[in-house]
Design a binder for this molecule. Structure first.
Ligand SMILES: Cc1cc2nc3c(=O)[nH]c(=O)nc-3n(C[C@H](O)[C@H](O)[C@H](O)COP(=O)(O)OP(=O)(O)OC[C@H]3O[C@@H](n4cnc5c(N)ncnc54)[C@H](O)[C@@H]3O)c2cc1C
Length: 552
């Protein structure tokens, strides 16, 4: 263990997916980072998140780790589909087709294959994801990860934060001096408690008994094509079974009913067999189990001066649409460039106010999407008719109706284009709005837009590159008409040390369909800060706005 008396720019508590991603992003912007993680090196997380959103994969592409992640998880030809059946081994009643990872970049015709992104979503469990993130982050210059180190508290003043921790193996006390501290320490966040932030919302949305099992025979009992997500819908016990390794390991969620408040009152083994549709003689091994509450809680603040919260430390909700971790990764992508702007000297002190102003409303909104979806699914489970498992015309009709309803309800969560690409920052102090309303979005739908605050619409450049590969860690002025004069903006930026680069875009049909102004200013996190047909007569107020020097 090292770390006593060490100085760093940013100390991060928690080396889960959000903390590691924040560390990589900050280091990529030239910032020194120290991560404190209480788990020992190589200790796996619990088997939770199974879905990495397209928007998160775009972030991982920028960080240079998307390819490694894409090659891990399920076997390359294992279908990523979501199948609805009466039981796991029962009759299939609906299927959402999602390409296996081998075909992910080339498949067409599916409900999410049209998405305008260089990095489609990826299905991979957190137990495979995290070791890759850890290995990648450990190798990034500027990142130091201290394992077996438990955060104990901090003190902050105008200049920095002193972080107190101790080594779990030796008991040795640690003291780290940092300019900023970020709590990425999960739902029970000590950092959140330390800054006195409170979680507000709905403490119990759902009760779930989760079981991670090894059942080598299960695949061979399926009547049709395997799937990544397998949802059993029957009146006895509905639940979800996620394929973890695509061979023999499965994560089963048993959703307790409204009149089942007590986890211990439910026979776990009976419920597993009912969801799978197998008898008492079916062999499986319980690898781990967890009883948990699905919640909808968002912290009342994400910051106390030099200390910030990211990921589950700031918000927790039922992981519908696979948007728990992914929302945390979006927090990290947002906070990273703001902190780096400040530490690199061109962001004004107030730029850091943008983090809470931008991220808190979005996470509040996603938390409601997720909770509403949880309620809608619970309602559907309550209404499954007994005849659904009967071989009769009535049974057939029930299967068709329930299958269609399940597809209609869930396509939006398993192919959640809106959550990936539709959200926008509409009350940010560092975005120059032009009065145009943002296009509405839902969990499943969105409209690409250059209204300031939106994600910069993706397009493929004429040289075959993704636009996002041509963007960098600075502000980029996209010019769609080479005749548009930009010298005023380009000359003004260095006056404030704001890193700004011009990127000319050929205004072909695809580009003009997405970009309706000649100039677009995109931020280091690929959200739009400003747009116009001509540069401002006096560019300095705009430069000052986007670097946080004029607070509104
Ligand atoms: C059953 C289930 C399924 C899920 N499925 C999905 C999904 O498909 N998609 C999705 O996006 N999300 C999903 N989630 C949510 C997802 O797992 C979390 O949102 C995600 O793990 C949060 O990442 P994090 O880095 O913020 O926190 P965590 O993963 O909780 O990591 C926090 C880290 O901080 C460390 N730590 C805590 N306290 C201290 C301390 N005092 N000192 C040092 N270290 C500390 C912990 O050891 C841990 O490594 C699911 C959750 C559950 C329960």
């Amino acid at each position: 263990m090292t770390g006593n008396g060490i100085e760093t720019d940013v100390a991060i508590v928690g080396g889960g997916p959000v903390g590691l991603t924040l560390a990589m992003d900050l280091a990529g912007r030239g910032i020194r980072v120290m991560v404190l993680e209480q788990r020992y090196r190589g200790e796996l997380p619990s088997v939770k998140c199974n879905h990495v959103a397209a928007r998160s994969m775009e972030l991982f592409r920028r960080l240079g780790v998307s390819e490694k992640l894409r090659h891990a998880g399920l076997p390359e030809d294992y279908p990523n589909d979501v199948a609805y059946r009466t039981t796991m081994v029962g009759q299939e009643i609906a299927r959402i087709p999602i390409p296996c990872r081998r075909d992910r970049y080339t498949a067409t015709g599916g409900p999410d294959t049209w998405w305008p992104t260089p990095e489609p979503p990826h299905r991979i469990n957190q137990i495979f994801l995290e070791p890759i993130l850890f290995a990648h982050a450990s190798a990034v210059s500027g990142v130091t990860i201290l394992n077996c180190a438990r955060f104990g508290g901090f003190a902050q003043d105008d200049d920095g934060v002193t972080v107190h921790a101790h080594a779990l193996d030796s008991g040795e006390g640690l003291s780290i001096s940092a300019r900023y501290l970020v709590g990425c320490d999960g739902g029970k966040s000590d950092v959140r408690h330390a800054i006195g932030a409170r979680l507000l919302g709905d403490p119990v949305v759902q009760r779930v008994q989760s079981s991670y099992i090894c059942a080598p025979q299960l695949l061979s009992l399926l009547s049709g094509t395997p799937a990544w997500g397998n949802i059993s819908l029957n009146p006895r016990r509905s639940g979800t079974v996620y394929a973890i390794d695509g061979r023999e390991t499965w994560l089963i969620h048993n959703y307790l009913k409204d009149d089942e408040p007590d986890f211990d009152a439910i026979d776990r083994d009976w419920a597993i067999r009912a969801i799978l549709g197998v008898g008492a003689d079916f062999p499986y091994v319980m690898m781990s189990k967890e009883d948990w509450f699905g919640r909808r809680l968002v912290a009342d603040r994400f910051r106390d001066r030099r200390v910030f919260l990211c990921g589950d430390a700031a918000h927790i909700w039922v992981p519908y649409a696979g948007y728990g971790m992914n929302a945390g990764l979006a927090d990290a992508a947002n906070l990273s460039w703001l902190l780096a702007a400040r530490l690199n000297g061109w962001g004004a002190a107030s730029i850091l106010n943008a983090y809470e102003r931008e991220r808190q409303p979005i996470t509040e909104q996603v938390s409601r999407f997720a909770m509403n979806h949880a309620h809608a699914m619970a309602k559907q489970r309550r209404g499954i008719p007994a005849v659904i498992e009967v071989e009769s015309l009535a049974g057939e009709a029930a299967r068709a109706a329930v299958g269609q309803a399940a597809y209609d309800l869930n396509i939006q969560q398993y192919c959640c284009a809106g959550l990936n690409f539709g959200y926008y920052y509409d009350t940010s102090p560092i975005i120059a709005y032009d009065g145009t309303p943002h296009p509405p979005y839902t969990m499943g739908d969105f409209t690409p837009s250059t209204v300031p605050g939106c994600r910069t619409p993706h397009l493929w450049l004429n040289d075959g590159r993704s636009l996002y590969d041509a963007l960098g860690s600075e502000y980029i002025l996209l010019r769609l008409d080479p005749a548009a004069t930009v010298d005023g903006l380009l000359d003004a930026a260095p006056n404030r040390r704001l890193p700004l680069r011009l990127l000319d875009i050929v205004a072909d049909e695809a580009a003009t369909a997405l970009y309706d102004t000649r100039l677009v200013l995109t931020r280091p996190d690929q959200h739009i800060a400003w747009r116009g047909d001509v540069q401002p007569t006096d560019p300095l107020p705009l430069i000052d706005r986007v670097r946080g020097a004029t607070m509104v």
